[in-house]
Write a protein that binds this ligand. Structure first.
Ligand SMILES: *Cc1c(COP(=O)(O)O)cnc(C)c1O
Length: 461
């Protein structure tokens, strides 16, 4: 074999780490439709974004032309504490599957927050601090985003208030403990601390809360607090930009061994890890070169790409955010409970939505959670790492592809994103191990209720 010996882990030297982020939009032939002001139906101008995002992030959000954006040195230094993340050759999984495929995964779970979300949290808090913002608010469901943000906030010196969906904070008390250890103020949502929280509690005493409700509380506090901003961990273009570090590192590492993937797979919640991972390879496709086959994987319980509409919608249940053109199940869609909290968002990144709509992302698949946990368990037992349920969606598809290779004898190179670890998801593993896990798949009628909540915008839709 001509190929060099490939180690189990391909690491980069600090000096080889990317110093720029890659802005995929600079190479897109057509841009996604602009973010709209819901009050006027007109595209949001830069200054109109300033009350929502700090200025640098607002500029990144609207930047469609700068291909490479410098990563400020302070953020590079923060990244050096936990990056480069390992790129692993899944020799043991390959062996267990008996496949001729070569499987690689980029593992983002080595930091304490346990996921890739820290890559954007660090960037967002750095820019906010630089502008003199003194506190930020956010919501968290599964807890990964809140934890990542708590780590970034304590590092850069920023106060943080996290509204954590009450049912999650009860299911995952240790998440709250970690956030508090990093100095965050964690409030189970709905709470008595906001007007919207009081209203929801009065109407639904004893409710376990929802992400939409937590977002509404976080925004209310941000709007009523001086020098405070609300921050979001996925979906937006600037979040995808920061996550491009994942794909850039991967490409540098694989290029060292002259490896080029045939298939690239990622789980898709709001789309940030997938957008980040595929970035440099998607560039090849946009440039008209040979490129991998791209697969997005989502839960059957929250199937925005596979069963959603491509339409303008709000990012939140409270209908406060600007309108985004994206694949969506409707901001009013209430996903049934599943264990991949990070994938329970009704919409999808506008960049990924556009790429998928125009055929640049080859395929989206949805999968039931019992199959996801079959894959997660196989992965844990062979590769040793306990995956996050979200990440296990990508594992599932990688295994499917590797099995096909076994049938055809093709030696494809499969790359997938392992976005995080499953240490805080043990109640989900418990339920899987006990055989009590069930699969929820929304009916067409369930989905119709969500579509009925789509906003009607005169002259647009
Ligand atoms: C949040 C999260 C996801 C999904 O978010 P994207 O923005 O789609 O990447 C996936 N995996 C983990 C571990 C997460 O925490």
């Amino acid at each position: 074999m001509a190929q060099k010996n490939i180690p189990y882990k391909i690491y980069l030297e600090e000096s080889e780490m990317p110093k720029v982020w890659y802005n995929l939009r600079a190479d897109m032939k057509e841009q996604h439709a602009p973010m709209l002001n819901p009050a006027t139906g007109e595209p949001m101008q830069l200054e109109q974004l300033y009350p929502i995002f700090c200025e640098e992030l607002a500029a990144q959000e609207l930047d469609t032309t700068t291909r490479y954006i410098d990563i400020p040195e302070e953020i590079q230094n923060f990244y050096k504490m936990y990056r480069p993340s390992p790129l692993v050759r899944a020799y043991c999984l390959e062996k267990a599957l008996g496949t001729p495929a070569k499987i690689y995964y980029k593992f983002e779970g080595t930091n304490t927050s346990g996921s890739h979300k820290l890559n954007s949290a660090a960037a967002q808090i750095y820019y906010a601090k630089k502008q003199g913002i003194t506190s930020v608010t956010t919501e968290t469901g599964a807890g990964q985003w809140g934890t990542a943000l708590a780590m970034a906030c304590v590092f850069f010196g920023m106060d943080l208030q996290v509204f954590m969906v009450k049912s999650s904070s009860e299911q995952k008390p240790y998440r709250k403990a970690v956030m508090e250890t990093y100095g965050a103020n964690v409030t189970p949502s709905p709470s008595e601390t906001t007007e919207v929280g009081k209203k929801i509690l009065a109407e639904n005493p004893g409710t376990g809360g929802s992400l939409g409700c937590a977002i509404s509380e976080a925004i209310e506090v941000a709007v009523h607090t001086d020098n405070c901003r609300y921050v979001l961990g996925s979906v937006l273009d600037h979040v995808l930009l920061h996550q491009s570090i994942i794909g850039l590192e991967t490409k540098i590492a694989l290029d060292k061994y002259e490896i080029y993937p045939d298939v690239v797979i990622g789980c898709a919640g709001g789309g940030s890890n997938l957008g980040g991972l595929i970035g440099p390879y998607m560039k090849d496709r946009l440039d008209g070169k040979n490129a991998p086959y791209f697969i997005a994987v989502e839960p059957a319980s929250c199937p925005s790409l596979t069963r959603g509409r491509y339409a303008y919608d709000f990012g939140d249940t409270g209908n406060i955010t600007p309108l985004l053109k994206m694949y969506t199940l409707g901001a009013g869609f209430m996903p049934s409970p599943n264990h991949a909290g990070g994938l329970r968002f009704h919409g999808m990144s506008p960049v990924l939505s556009k790429l998928y709509h125009d055929g640049y992302i080859d395929e989206a698949r949805s999968v039931e959670q019992s199959k996801v946990f079959d894959a997660a368990t196989m992965f844990a037992r062979t590769e040793g790492t306990l995956p996050a349920p979200e990440s296990a969606h990508a594992i599932w598809a990688a295994i499917e592809e590797a099995k096909k290779c076994k049938e055809t004898g093709e030696e494809k190179t499969i790359l997938f994103g392992l976005t995080g670890t499953g240490y805080f998801d043990l109640s989900a593993y418990q339920s899987y191990n006990a055989g009590t896990m069930s699969d929820y798949i929304p009916t067409d009628e369930d989905l119709q209720k969500g579509f009925d909540s789509l906003p009607k915008i005169p002259g647009v839709q």
